[in-house]
Write a protein that binds this ligand. Structure first.
Ligand SMILES: [Zn+2]
Length: 603
């Protein structure tokens, strides 16, 4: 406690002294070239941003607002102008961040009234509303038609307008590579039941499970359009016993025979009301700009960005690698280091403003850890014309260099970059490994998708990544300075170049490997991961000769159905896609600007 207190006051003293110094240099006589980026300035920013007082910079929190104020204050002290609309330093946006129970959650089985959170719980994708009808037990809820596995739990039953009750998991619950795995997901079972006309779904546990599925927000899911509820073991057992069945016997038989086991329960009315509420938070990008005095080039911009948000206190669903530990995730390397980088570059570039022909826009991105949301929001609502952004330079984790080797990604996105980086890193004491890929797990991807050349500075992963141990004490400020010195030269060079960098495609415009193993076909689109629209929003065309492009699907379209089946979110989209084979032609209904269109897609 005492130690922490002393540390904090030392840090504050440094910051306060620092302000005076910046002010002097920012407004002093034209001492161009004297504004060297120093290790101590880098470390001061990182220590402030990763201090416990900042509580892990979770979007929308008071601590995050303090960080936003800090960035603005720094920009102002350097003489950096507002880079947002209406002369503002911020660009705010809403982020769907959670779900919670509303006041209207009830379940009655026959005449028994059940207790929320004890006897039942809605699933995170449950629709809101009421349903009162009887149930049909549909085994594991499978409808599998694979070459080596056929299992249809809906063969001899009519579930139209009724509850479907299914058992969770599969006969191979512990094997994530089993043929059942993708069919055993809770959400997939709901989609199958809904396709069959069910009006609600009740899940019961296998004998190995003891607790209710915690109500937790999972990004990317739309509402199911019908109630989806998990029943406690006690309630499931009582219900099944009342019709002469037992959960254990059902499971044992299905797992032994590997075939459907279904039965109707027409005499028990199950009445439910579900009300889940979405929780939104207010996030904000921070923008500052240096406008060049060159009249010919000043409306062209280099965007220099880094995300300033991190995981807060961690916990399940935040991206923490220790999700069971609730502790401040300081995020010193990820990404106080890159944020410090923006500030230092802004300061030095402002003092060397005469060197600039094209202008520079600095962006501190928020909500990167939630899926690059700040950068996505920016490219959809740009504060300068996207076509005027000549290059985006991203810094994410530049503070933990090892063996004097750092990486620069995106060098394949313009033919200029390999040559430029070779020559500019030649004199540097560090080695800069070049990676051509335009897509990577950070903010620059949002720009790459929009055909903007990108560069991504990165000092490498480490064992403290996304844990509470990513602390400023492990920061190598010397390494960060070397990276920033190179970045400074890259920015001034691109700013002054006779021609803007030409964009070239460098690899896929989507994450690799995401649930793709089971797909036999692709559409050749970039699906939107952050969209709140019902359906699958197309962020772009990844393959100009792919099935989607040939069928006339365009960026901005929202896919509503495929092969006659609804698509409500990216998970349903992946499920539908998994059912198609090469050579097949299907009908796809899309929504384009409010009008539905029917297209024919051939795989
Ligand atoms: Zn991160």
């Amino acid at each position: 406690m005492t130690d922490n207190g002393r540390l904090l006051s030392t840090a504050l003293a440094i910051v306060v002294v620092g302000y005076g110094f910046y002010w002097f240099r920012g407004y002093g006589p034209g001492d161009i070239g004297s504004a060297e980026i120093t290790e101590s300035e880098i470390l001061d920013h990182i220590r402030y941003l990763s201090d416990d007082e900042r509580a892990g910079r979770y979007p929308g929190t008071r601590e995050s607002k303090d960080v936003i104020s800090y960035l603005i204050k720094q920009f102002k002290s350097f003489g950096i102008s507002p880079g947002g609309k209406n002369n503002s330093y911020v660009q705010t946006f809403s982020v769907l961040d959670g779900i919670e129970l509303g006041s209207n959650n009830h379940l009655m089985i026959g005449n028994d009234s059940l207790g929320i959170d004890a006897d039942f719980i809605p699933l995170w994708f449950s629709g809101n509303g009421d349903l009162s009808t009887s149930a049909v037990f549909a085994g594991y809820g499978f409808d599998i038609k694979e070459d080596s596995l056929v299992w249809n739990d809906y063969g001899g039953i009519d579930v139209d307008g009724k509850w479907v009750m299914v058992m969770r998991h599969s006969p191979a619950r512990d094997n994530p590579h089993s043929l059942y795995a993708s069919h055993a997901e809770l959400h997939k079972k709901m989609v199958v039941a809904r396709d069959r006309g069910a009006a609600g779904i009740l899940y019961i546990s296998q004998v190995e499970d003891s607790t209710l599925i915690p109500l937790r927000y999972h990004a990317g899911y739309s509402k199911a359009g019908m109630p989806a509820i998990h029943l406690s073991n006690k309630q499931a057992d009582e219900l099944l016993n009342s019709v002469g069945r037992s959960r254990k016997a059902i499971q044992t038989k299905m797992d032994r025979t590997l075939s459907p086991l279904t039965f109707d329960m027409p005499n028990t009315i199950i009445s439910a009301s579900v009300e889940l509420k979405s929780v939104y938070i207010r996030a904000a990008n921070v923008l500052g700009k240096i406008t060049s005095r060159n009249h010919k080039f000043r409306d062209k911009y280099i965007v220099v960005g880094a995300h300033f948000d991190h995981l807060g206190y961690g916990g399940p669903g935040t991206g923490s690698r220790k999700p069971d530990t609730t502790a401040i995730h300081s995020g010193a390397d990820d990404n106080a280091s890159g944020t410090a980088g923006i500030l230092e570059l802004a300061h030095k570039l402002q003092l060397n403003r005469k060197l600039l022909k094209r202008s520079v826009l600095f962006v501190g991105f928020d909500a990167e850890e939630k899926g690059v949301l700040g950068a996505k929001h920016f490219v959809e609502n740009p504060t300068v014309e996207l076509s005027n952004i000549v290059t985006m330079i991203n810094m994410d984790m530049i503070g933990r260099i090892t063996d004097s080797i750092a990486t620069v990604g995106g060098v394949g996105t313009s033919p200029l970059f390999p040559i430029l980086l070779d020559s500019l890193s030649e004199k540097s004491p560090i080695t800069l490994k070049q990676d051509p890929a335009g897509y990577g797990p950070s903010d620059h991807s949002a720009f790459y998708i929009k055909d903007i050349p990108v560069l991504f500075f990165f000092s490498g992963f480490h064992s403290d990544y996304h844990t509470p141990d990513d602390d400023w004490k492990h920061i190598d400020a010397w390494g960060a300075k070397q990276i920033l010195d190179i970045a400074f030269n890259v920015i001034t060079h691109i700013s002054r170049a006779a021609e803007r960098p030409v964009f070239t495609i460098a690899g896929p415009k989507e994450p690799s490997g995401r649930r793709r193993g089971k797909l036999k076909v692709t559409l050749g689109i970039i699906p939107s991961y952050g969209s709140l629209d019902v359906g699958l929003k197309v962020d772009g065309i990844s393959n100009p000769h792919g099935p989607a492009a040939k069928a006339g699907i365009q960026r901005g379209d929202i896919i509503k159905t495929m092969g006659g089946k609804t698509v409500m979110d990216i998970y349903e989209f992946m499920d539908r896609l998994a059912e198609f084979k090469k050579g097949q032609t299907i009908t796809v209904i899309i929504d384009r600007g409010g009008t539905e269109k029917e297209l024919s897609v051939s795989f």
